[in-house]
Design a protein around this ligand. Structure first.
Ligand code: ADP
Length: 482
């Protein structure tokens, strides 16, 4: 399939109540590797977006009554279709988002796993029974879908962030309106078409694409019919959405920014530490909330570690994600390149050493090369801001308590990474780190079967794992007189 055919295969209208509806306006979707316009998609205004919530609200009661086995089978068919169409979907993802094709294929498989996982969970929603401690009554405890959901996803994992929210919503018996990021609407539109082919009833999932996120989505969030908001994106937007959600006390799941520390102790296995750091740093061209943002390496192994990281990063090819052998694709837009460049420049001005890269590529496309920066001064913006680019910022430490304090010295708390061959130290340090997840001797923690989420300002709630479906369920207890 050619890129043109892949793009032409995606519906570009709003997906509402099972049909594709045009909007009054359209918006362009660009290829970040070239700056070229790939296609136009619907750009919903507030009324057009509200029609999606109307559809979700209308479908809720029937969907909640649909047997769990039926919901499960739809998810399982969608899982199979995602695999059957991985080549087409990966091509679409690389074209709209930029990541290398191999990583896009990896994301489709990862995204599909959420459907398989929640297909398995849909039929295991259970409750409980107990007698009142003082006697005279018994309690029947059951779970119900929370109701229509508003799901808002970012551009960096255009398919997996969608399935991670849609999967548990479908499994729990909730209908939803999903709004993908304006930069990457095509993957979600392609997913909607797949869900329809998998047999999803009309109105259960509705897709709103818009360039006017605030105008179009605020009325849906404030509408008392929507009972759950699940958001993945920046901490600033997350805080704003939490304030809106407070108006109707709707349930929220927030997966917000990170500032992941990665700690390499002197007893780390160097091959493992280097491979893990590269994975944690370069996955998605560094554009992940789980990316290793601050790398702390023990002074006694810093030279070897830094040399090996620099060699490894220098060997990476940068270019269009469609080219064979490329592992560093473009950043999402020029603003991202300017941000990464500004962080590196100001660290260098403050005394940091740039060992590799550090200078943006001229256009077309939005490229920033693999970069290694050492001696990052304490307090540099490079250490306190989510970099979202292929920049390894390395500093050294000598004392365990000191490095834990530095690692925790951030309002964020999504994930941290620890490399040590000592089990005792690994667990001690993991316990002390104020993050919702820890990668111990591994650079990737994401797994649909594990509870993904953060502490502190990195968010609320967990996605995936055994608790992921709970985020879409209300607990009800019926007190029965004996
Ligand atoms: P990023 O920095 O990754 O682009 P954002 O938080 O800006 O993160 O965006 C994540 C998602 O939130 C996107 O789908 C974006 O359109 C959406 N978004 C941004 N601002 C708002 C808002 N005020 N209301 C609703 N959605 C928003």
């Amino acid at each position: 399939m050619t890129p043109t055919e892949a793009i032409a295969s995606v519906p570009t209208d709003l997906f509402i109540a099972g049909s594709w509806r045009t909007a009054g306006r359209t918006m362009a979707v660009e290829n970040p590797a070239t700056g070229e316009v790939l296609t136009q998609v619907a750009d919903a205004d507030p009324d057009e977006a509200m029609a999606a919530l109307d559809a979700a609200a209308a479908a809720q009661a029937d969907w909640a009554r649909t047997p769990a086995r039926t919901r499960s089978e739809i998810l399982y068919r969608a899982f199979e279709l995602l695999h059957a169409e991985v080549d087409r979907l990966a091509l679409i993802m690389t074209l709209e988002m930029g990541k290398p094709l191999a990583e896009s294929k990896g994301e489709i498989a990862y995204a599909a796993e959420f459907f398989r996982w929640f297909a398995e969970e849909a039929v295991r929603i259970d409750g409980g029974h107990m007698r009142a401690p003082a006697g005279g009554a018994r309690f029947l405890i059951s779970k119900q879908p929370v109701g229509p959901c508003v799901l808002i996803t970012p551009w960096n994992f255009p398919m997996a962030m969608g399935t991670r929210k849609i999967g548990p919503a479908i499994a729990a018996g909730c209908t939803s309106v999903i709004k993908p990021a304006e930069a990457t609407p095509l993957s979600t539109l392609a997913l909607a078409e797949i869900l329809q082919r998998a047999g999803l009833p009309d109105g259960v999932v509705n897709v709103v694409t818009t360039s006017r996120a605030d105008d179009a989505m605020s009325p849906l969030i404030l509408d008392p019919r929507s009972r759950k908001l699940s958001f993945t994106g920046s901490t600033g937007v997350g805080k704003h959405l939490l304030q809106l959600a407070a108006q109707t006390v709707m349930r929220t799941s927030m997966e917000l920014g990170g500032n992941a520390p990665l700690i390499v102790f002197d007893d780390a296995d160097m091959d493992t530490a280097v491979a893990g750091t590269i994975a944690a740093k370069l996955r998605n061209i560094g554009q992940a909330c789980t990316a290793a943002n601050r790398i702390f390496v023990h002074a006694s192994v810093a030279e070897e570690f830094t040399r090996r990281i620099t060699e490894e990063m220098a060997s990476r090819r940068m270019g269009s994600g469609l080219e064979e052998g490329v592992t560093i694709g473009p950043l999402i837009d020029d603003k991202a390149v300017e941000k990464v460049n500004g962080l590196v420049r100001s660290a260098a001005d403050g005394g940091a050493r740039v060992l590799l890269g550090g200078v943006p590529e001229p256009g077309p496309g939005h490229f920033f090369p693999a970069t290694v920066v050492t001696d990052v001064p304490e307090g540099a913006e490079l250490g306190s801001t989510e970099i979202f680019g292929p920049v390894a910022a390395i500093s050294t430490f000598t004392d365990e308590d000191d490095v834990i304090a530095r690692a925790n010295n951030t309002p964020h708390g999504l994930v941290s990474y620890v490399f040590t061959e000592s089990l005792r130290r690994g667990l001690r340090v993991s316990d002390a780190l104020e993050t919702g997840m820890v990668g111990l001797n591994q650079g990737v923690v994401s797994n649909p079967a594990a509870p993904f989420g953060g502490m502190k300002e990195s968010g609320l709630g967990r996605e995936g794992g055994l608790t992921g479906i709970e985020e879409f369920l209300d607990t009800k207890y019926i007190g029965i007189a004996d």
